[in-house]
Design a protein around this ligand. Structure first.
Ligand code: NAD
Length: 325
């Protein structure tokens, strides 16, 4: 079994290399992302392993198929970056559906606490020996209303934490979970009533730009918006407009619609050409991080283990536990 592992970072190698060795899998780690031009590097491999921002198009799937590649191993939960329809009858797509919902939910909570209590700003102030607390006032979370959009694994972990902060919780999910002790409402009601809105649904045609000018106009003033899901759930220009209109008390964004090619990379020497991202970084009440909600040692270990198990199933020709169809 040979896997070409695209977009390798040192932390990927740390977790994947020993496991692959243990199971006798030959892994070729390449730093380049998987793209139209680089896909040829998969020649001779049984599978490729890719991450969230490797866009796998129909054309690339055809090339992979011609080269005899049998599967795409996604080392992530989301699969919106792969043309799943194009892969039908050509390629098996396997993902890691759940590795550590707590890792992402805890990160969403960290973002909320940071933008609310402004610890990101306090940190830089005190390092410069500016001990003024002027402008750093937050709000109690206790007794506030949190709206959770998407009550899957991460949404449920988030709900458990929000309850620990004694918050009232509203939830929206087109497939409500009857076993969950939470009040389900319509998306509109959630948006209108929540002091904090946190996104935990996948990116689909239906959820793309769920947060837009119209939905923002329905929100309470001084709302907090947290997105650790996928960038395109938010229409960025509308968010900027809302920030300029002082609609938001704060926003925590771990993901961004145009993050591919920027997030996960060191671009500190480059001129920023993405005006929207550049603008978003200028707001003192916006915290942007580079898609790192998943990034805990427990989650990395689980991702590596599940991906290797998926590879072994692929080698056997199925049955597949984590197939994306
Ligand atoms: P999940 O499949 O367990 O849950 C997703 C939930 O969203 C489901 O309950 C589903 O019914 C619901 N949903 C579907 N369509 C919806 C809609 N139109 N409106 C509201 N809810 C809808 O997934 P999960 O493991 O909880 O992950 C959620 C998302 O988090 C993933 O899709 C991924 O995009 C993102 N994620 C981000 C990171 C990160 O590092 N920031 C890591 C892992 C996952």
């Amino acid at each position: 079994m040979k896997i070409v592992f695209f977009g390798t970072k040192p932390y990927d190698k740390l977790w994947f290399e020993p496991l692959a060795k243990e199971y006798g899998i030959d892994v070729d780690f390449v730093e380049t992302k998987c793209a139209e031009k680089s896909v040829v590097l998969a020649k001779g491999a049984d599978a490729i392993c890719v991450f969230v921002n490797d866009k796998i198009t129909a054309g690339m799937i055809d090339k992979l198929h011609e080269m005899g590649v049998k599967g795409i191993l996604l080392r992530c939960a989301g699969f919106n970056n792969v043309d799943v329809k194009a892969a039908k009858d050509k390629m098996v797509i396997l993902r890691v559906p759940s590795y550590s919902p707590e890792a992402v939910a805890e990160y969403a909570m960290a973002m909320l606490l940071t933008v609310n209590r402004k610890t990101h700003r306090a940190y830089t102030r005190t390092r410069d020996f500016n001990m003024s607390i002027q402008g750093l006032m937050g709000t109690n979370l206790h007794g506030k209303c949190a709206g959770v959009i998407g009550t899957g694994k991460i949404g449920q972990a988030m709900i458990r934490m929000l309850k620990g902060f004694s918050m009232d919780i509203l939830a929206y999910d087109p497939y409500p979970n009857e076993n969950l002790d939470v009040t389900y409402v319509t998306l509109e009601e959630l948006i209108k009533k929540s002091d904090i809105i946190t996104l935990h649904c996948p990116l689909t045609e239906e959820t793309k730009h769920l947060i837009n000018r119209e939905t923002i106009s329905l929100m309470k003033d001084n709302v907090y918006l947290i997105n650790t899901s996928r960038g395109a759930l938010i229409e960025s220009n509308s968010l900027i407009e809302g920030l300029l209109n002082k609609k938001f008390a704060g926003a925590g964004l771990d993901v961004y619609e145009e993050e591919a090619g920027v997030f996960f990379e060191d671009r500190s020497d480059d001129i920023i050409t993405d005006e929207i991202l550049a603008r978003l970084t200028t707001f003192p009440n916006v915290l942007i991080t580079s898609h790192m909600g998943f990034f805990t040692s427990e989650a990395m270990e689980a991702i590596a283990r599940c991906t290797i198990e998926n590879a072994l199933e692929l080698e056997k020709g199925g049955p597949y536990t984590n197939e994306v169809k």
